[in-house]
Design a protein around this ligand. Structure first.
Ligand code: ADE
Length: 239
């Protein structure tokens, strides 16, 4: 997979050289290329925004600048028949979740367009969703809150997607036991390590019993308990 990220603040993505994602990049499981949007800005000041039609506060990023940027990034990633999927982070998009992350792992080329200010002229999403040499457009929100721009959302989405790609997690770690991948999409239960007693708090007995069936039963029950307490919205999906 090739991932291109276009942003006014490329430095935001330096941490993608670290840890699991950094190692997977060095292992050539996927490539990440970060581009400064400013290079496609217009005029001596490399302008890339303008006032919104209809009035209102703030500035809107111009379709012209994004069109030039996205066409250029499309060309960079063109290998036989690869069609990029364009992802535009925005608080007004569909909610990002584990199943969307999983569906992106089979794409050959992901392009993330990070908006700032009041967002990107809506014709950009309209245009690229109708282009046959693109795999489509997803406008996606990280959650029900407003960030200062798309960068932090793209960091989160990139990590969520890439850790699911074959070879990124070691053999001993499986994404199948992750929250939202468990049956019914429930969250993971509590975890413990040594010592068995810490500040008078004991590790639940089943976990130190050595009985695998008992351990699995305790974990399933604890995961349902936690889902009930922390994520009652997910309970209706449980079998
Ligand atoms: N940009 C600003 N807020 C955002 C959010 N919640 N999700 C994705 N992109 C955003």
């Amino acid at each position: 997979m090739r991932i291109d990220i276009v942003s006014l603040f490329p430095e935001y993505f330096e941490p993608l050289h670290l840890s699991l994602v950094g190692k997977a990049r060095r292992d050539h499981i996927f490539d990440i290329h970060v581009h400064d949007l400013r290079q496609w800005g217009v005029g001596p000041h490399r302008q890339m925004d303008d006032t919104p039609y209809g009035g209102g506060p703030g500035m809107v990023m111009s379709a012209d600048v994004w069109g030039t940027a996205l066409d250029a990034v499309h060309r960079l990633g063109t290998q036989a028949g690869n069609k990029p999927l364009l992802v535009i982070p925005t608080p007004s998009g569909v909610l990002f979740n584990q199943s969307l992350a999983t569906s992106w792992t089979t794409q050959t080329h992901l392009v993330f367009a990070c908006g700032r200010y009041e967002g990107i002229d809506s014709r950009v999403a309209m245009y690229y969703s109708s282009q046959p040499d693109w795999a489509g457009v997803h406008e996606v929100s990280l959650g029900d809150y407003v960030l200062a721009g798309g960068e932090v959302a793209v960091m989160a989405m990139t990590e969520a997607v890439t850790r699911l790609m074959p070879g990124v997690l070691g053999n001993s770690t499986s994404a199948a036991d992750d929250s939202f991948s468990l049956p019914g999409g429930r969250v993971e239960g509590s975890v413990f390590t040594k010592p068995p007693i810490w500040r008078d708090l004991e590790v639940p007995a089943p976990l130190i019993s050595g009985n695998h069936a008992l351990i699995a039963k305790w974990r399933a029950a604890d995961s349902i308990r936690r889902t009930h307490v922390n994520r009652p919205d997910l309970m209706r999906d449980l079998p």
